[in-house]
Design a binder for this molecule. Structure first.
Ligand SMILES: Nc1ncnc2c1ncn2[C@@H]1O[C@H](COP(=O)(O)OP(=O)(O)OP(=O)(O)O)[C@@H](O)[C@H]1O
Length: 216
């Protein structure tokens, strides 16, 4: 379970959001909607531990997560819009690198995890290819496999269907539903209402469900 309590972010003298309270239960899929520029990606970056928050708490499975923007570990997996794959590494290497470096798994253990994830995600034929050889939907599934290889407590996506055609969007919906069946807790920032309707247990509206402006 992820609990967000009274989270706030300020850029300069501008309160981007404050008073953010939200709970996501294990295995649930939450969609986060809201107009452009409202702070959704900023929130994901805070959740991923890449950007500091100015106030509040993030509690994942009863463990408090550091909100100072320099978190170690991989409790939260985030798939950003540009996927951030390592261009110089193959698909398999993209997935096996962090488990070996961060989790200190052996190459064999990391390979076994990668083979299973990549097969489940329909990427067995791409295992030895490089990111530039992949379609947008394939890159996204590699990013999902890479995040899942670290066994995160929660998986979050920033606009997972933007730039994808109808077929790839269907595939994303299938993957999200499949992960939900496996009990993975997921959070999806999206403008795609059909996607939200197809997969979400509940919706958080970043436009109306947080406070903004004024002082902290
Ligand atoms: N590093 C930064 N410094 C100052 N302001 C920033 C910074 N990053 C984002 N902002 C501002 O914070 C606000 C929220 O941006 P954010 O990217 O989180 O919005 P968003 O809801 O994800 O928008 P979109 O749906 O268009 O991606 C914007 O007004 C943006 O200009």
């Amino acid at each position: 379970m992820l609990e967000i309590k009274n989270l706030a972010k300020v850029f300069g003298d501008r309160v981007i959001f404050k008073g953010m309270d939200l709970t996501i239960n294990d295995g649930d899929v939450l969609s986060i909607v809201g107009p452009s520029g409202i702070g959704k990606t900023t929130f994901l970056r805070i959740l991923a531990g890449l950007l500091p928050a100015d106030r509040g708490e993030l509690i994942l499975n009863n463990e408090s997560l550091n909100i100072s923007g320099d978190r170690q570990g991989a409790q939260v997996g985030v798939i950003f819009q540009d996927f951030n794959l390592f261009p110089q590494y193959t698909v398999k290497e993209n997935v096996t690198l962090a488990p070996q470096l961060v989790k200190k798994l052996s190459k064999k253990e990391a390979n076994n995890i990668a083979d299973e994830l990549l097969t489940n995600l329909g990427l067995e034929e791409q295992i030895n290819q490089y990111p530039f050889q992949l379609s947008g939907g394939q890159k996204q599934r590699v990013a999902i496999a890479r995040a899942l290889a670290m066994k995160p407590g929660i998986l979050a996506y920033d606009e997972p269907t933007s730039g994808l055609d109808a077929g790839s969007t269907e595939r994303v919906i299938k993957v999200i539903k499949q992960l939900k069946e496996q009990g993975v807790t997921q959070l999806i920032v999206t403008h795609d209402l059909p996607l939200a309707q197809a997969v979400a247990d509940k919706t958080f509206d970043f436009g109306t469900d947080v406070l903004r402006g004024g002082n902290l």
